[in-house]
Ligand binder design. Structure first.
Ligand code: ZN
Ligand code: ZN
Length: 136
């Protein structure tokens, strides 16, 4: 597995650097305006880079926010099988790494017996630090 970023194109690297530099997920428009300053002017180029990075498992898309976040493991081996917990209060997003859950979902079939190739799960709740604030 390629753990370095050396196989990335210049555009992909710029986009990835920006996303990795942010703790919180970044919206597409904020990625666009940031990389524009660095020379990628065409939005389709940015979207292509995003698609490619998602495919490689370097970043993930948070569908409900239309935002992007860097993979918190070095590279997800299963970029099409991801789960996040999202705080309803502060929008803090963290990647869920629960082998029990993944094992369950791997064999999961719906009532018609359809097996799925991927999932993009988002769980909503209150994160630890918000919970603590609320207790005080
Ligand atoms: Zn990941
Ligand atoms: Zn929170």
């Amino acid at each position: 597995m390629n753990k370095k970023n050396k196989s990335l194109s210049k555009n992909q690297k710029l986009v990835l650097d920006f996303i990795q530099g942010n703790k919180k997920p970044v919206k597409a428009y904020s990625i666009l305006s940031n990389v524009q300053k660095k020379g990628i002017n065409a939005p389709p180029q940015v979207y292509r880079a995003l698609d490619k990075l998602i495919e490689m498992g370097k970043i993930h898309k948070i569908e409900s926010q239309n935002s992007f976040v860097a993979c918190s493991t070095s590279d997800c081996e299963t970029p099409h099988a991801i789960a996040f917990s999202i705080c309803n209060n502060c929008d803090e997003v963290s990647e869920i790494n629960d082998s029990k859950l993944f094992k369950y979902l791997l064999d999961f079939r719906d009532s018609n017996g359809v097996k799925f190739a991927g999932y993009n799960l988002e769980f909503f709740g209150i994160c630890k630090s918000c919970e603590q604030i609320q207790k005080v």
